[in-house]
Design a protein around this ligand. Structure first.
Ligand SMILES: Cc1cc2nc3c(=O)[nH]c(=O)nc-3n(C[C@H](O)[C@H](O)[C@H](O)COP(=O)(O)OP(=O)(O)OC[C@H]3O[C@@H](n4cnc5c(N)ncnc54)[C@H](O)[C@@H]3O)c2cc1C
Length: 604
């Protein structure tokens, strides 16, 4: 710290001590904070930073169940580590270890038959930074109409229309594209704390783009701009080629603010204005004011840390804000008596407010096609560079040119330069086969899942029912998109130059075709359900909507039938945006900080 002024030195030492506080044992059992934030994930990090800088003289406690992001190994810095973040890996300490329930249902193509989905691991970051510390880092925010749909729910929801959301997207973003044109600048910010960058692309990727043109797929150099359809290179939440989580941007900045608020009168006690992050602190449930039983006034939380249960309370004008993500925020609410009556009573939890918490579990499900590549190359193994968006055909046909050019696509496809299909990984690596994965994702699934408690024990994971492909249009749109991806694989330039050849349909790696060697709809259905995998974008489980329309929080994200309690994370999304969810969740937190400040200023 040489060369720093005395004040700066003290501030740095203080920040460091706050950062390390969770390692020590001298914690006050009952502490008071202006805001208690549960979860230091994407939303929690943004919210802590925005509140501490915008509301004077407050203190904030952030309780995070996982370890500090600086404590875990360097692999987390690498882009797109998620393929290896499965439940069997060493990273179990930073993952919640969830799995989805298996499904059995009548076939859509031939209802006399049954089809099934086997369930799968379902990673969720349990670490400071949350899922932004483990995710694929693709930066796609969804389309204008996604947010206008939120706003259309009722006049007061206007604060969530695209114009308002775009302001927040721009405010949170530090987009480092070189020489951006005026059109790009309309949609992007450069002064936020979330780094976004372009990446260098490989030669094979360039040839995929050329092949796509032959199929009439147009170029797109900004999926977050005016139109989403077409093919282009993704932007990533990275800085200098390394992962950039919301903890790196927002929480790190929040921790820099440490001030002593002067005592209100001579001889009084000053207040420390800071964000105090306590990691490895698992929140168990909400503490309610038992004197105002009917009002459901949240006054604090109980949390488990190092073998002991502690209480933390909110100060008089304060609030408790759940930022635990789309699985855990509903779980905490339900454990605290807010949720579906039947599910709560099954586990002897007193119902304080009946709400459809855990319903409306939305997710982006995908399916993969694999291809081998014969020409040796130093393929980038970390992930996808290339995306393309198109409209799927609802009858399962090859998409028409109009569908490919439709400016409101509903399928997101991407190409990864390695084999990702778990059924093929071992076999292809034994045979030293290099490969490509072409993945298609339903960006607007019609099927809706739910989650439910299976115990009153806060350490027992809830059951996750995804209900993938329950609705016929989901299946048909996926069939249509996979047909397009197969055709892309067959393009001459890819075959000639790289020796790209599809595998796993009717060969030693997999047999899915009918006896005539073709894929019929029933073959596709079995294939799609067997290969169904999540993009790990759960949301919607604490839906922001009018209560009469299945809402759990109002337009200001306050939980119906309670006081001092908000939910601010991906669980409030009423509908799933047609993109990836990290940026939309950061956007929600930024917008929420404005609402919280307004309400705080209005309290006497
Ligand atoms: C493997 C993977 C890949 C992904 N890829 C992408 C991608 O490429 N692009 C993209 O935009 N999005 C991607 N996402 C999705 C995106 O990262 C998430 O949707 C987003 O980060 C969710 O933010 P959140 O704040 O709602 O929840 P989270 O980031 O999950 O934060 C919740 C935090 O709360 C903590 N918590 C939960 N319960 C408790 C408790 N009881 N007590 C204390 N703390 C608690 C958790 O440990 C966690 O840190 C991916 C997600 C995953 C898992």
């Amino acid at each position: 710290m040489e060369g720093l002024k005395y004040d700066e030195k003290i501030r740095n030492l203080w920040s460091e001590s706050i950062h390390n506080r969770s390692k020590r044992h001298n914690i006050r059992a009952d502490a008071f904070y202006d805001f208690i934030i549960v979860g230091a994930g994407t939303a929690g990090c943004v919210l802590a930073r925005e509140l501490i800088y915008n509301i004077p003289n407050i203190n904030i406690l952030v309780l995070e169940a996982g370890p500090s992001n600086t404590q875990v190994n360097g692999r987390m810095r690498e882009p797109c580590t998620y393929g290896s973040f499965d439940t069997a890996s060493n990273e179990i300490e930073i993952d919640w270890g969830y799995t989805t329930e298996s499904q059995k249902m009548p076939s859509i193509i031939d209802p006399t038959k049954e089809v099934s989905y086997n369930g799968s691991f379902y990673p969720r970051g349990k670490v400071v930074g949350g899922c932004s510390s483990v995710n694929g880092m693709i930066y796609i925010r969804g389309q204008k109409f996604d947010y206008d749909l939120w706003a259309a729910q009722s006049p007061e929801y206007k604060i969530w229309d695209y114009e308002h959301c775009l302001e927040a997207f721009k405010a949170t973003e530090n987009n480092t594209r070189e020489n951006p044109d005026e059109e790009f600048k309309k949609y992007h910010g450069s002064e936020g704390l979330l780094h976004v960058q372009d990446v260098e692309i490989q030669d094979i990727t360039k040839d995929i783009v050329k092949s796509a043109k032959k199929l009439g797929i147009p170029d797109n150099n900004d999926f977050n701009g005016a139109k989403q359809n077409g093919m282009g290179i993704y932007q990533y939440t990275m800085k200098s080629g390394k992962r950039f989580s919301l903890a790196d941007g927002y929480l790190a900045d929040a921790l820099k603010k440490v001030e002593i608020c002067p005592p209100p009168h001579i001889g009084g006690v000053g207040k420390i204005v800071s964000v105090n992050v306590k990691s490895s602190a698992h929140v168990l449930n909400i503490i309610w004011d038992e004197e105002k039983k009917d009002e459901n006034v949240a006054i604090g939380v109980k949390y488990f840390y190092d073998g002991v249960v502690y209480n933390a309370f909110i100060a008089p004008k304060g609030e408790l804000i759940l930022c635990g993500g789309a699985i855990n925020s509903p779980q905490i609410l339900m454990l605290s008596g807010i949720g579906p009556k039947n599910n709560l009573e099954e586990y002897n939890i007193k119902v304080r407010k009946e709400l459809p918490v855990g319903h409306n579990l939305l997710d982006h499900v995908g399916s993969v096609i694999s291809a081998k590549v014969s020409v040796p190359g130093n393929y980038n193994s970390w992930g996808s560079e290339l995306g393309f968006f198109h409209k799927g055909n609802v009858e399962g046909k090859f998409p028409s040119q109009e569908e490919i050019l439709d400016e409101h696509p509903d399928m997101q496809c991407y190409v990864v330069t390695r084999i990702m299909d778990p059924d093929l990984v071992d076999e292809t690596s034994k045979k030293n086969i290099q490969g490509l994965s072409l993945i298609s994702v339903l960006n607007y699934p019609s099927s809706v899942g739910h989650l439910e408690l299976c115990s009153s024990n806060p350490f027992s994971p809830p059951k996750l029912f995804l209900n993938y492909y329950e609705k016929p249009d989901d299946l048909y749109r996926m069939i249509s998109s996979l047909k397009l991806l197969r055709e892309l694989c067959k393009q001459l330039s890819l075959n000639d130059v790289w020796g790209v050849k599809e595998i796993g349909f009717d060969d030693e790696f997999g047999k899915w075709c009918s006896s005539d060697g073709k894929m019929h709809d029933e073959d596709w259905e079995r294939y799609i359900l067997s290969k169904a995998h999540s993009s790990f974008h759960p949301c919607g489980t604490v839906k922001m909507a009018p209560e009469s329309q299945g809402g759990c929080v109002n337009h200001r994200l306050q939980v119906y039938g309670t006081k001092n309690l908000r939910v601010v994370d991906s669980s409030i999304l009423p509908t799933i945006p047609g993109g990836n969810l990290n940026a939309p969740t950061a956007m929600v937190a930024w917008r929420a900080s404005k609402l919280i400040k307004e309400d705080y200023d209005n309290k006497v």
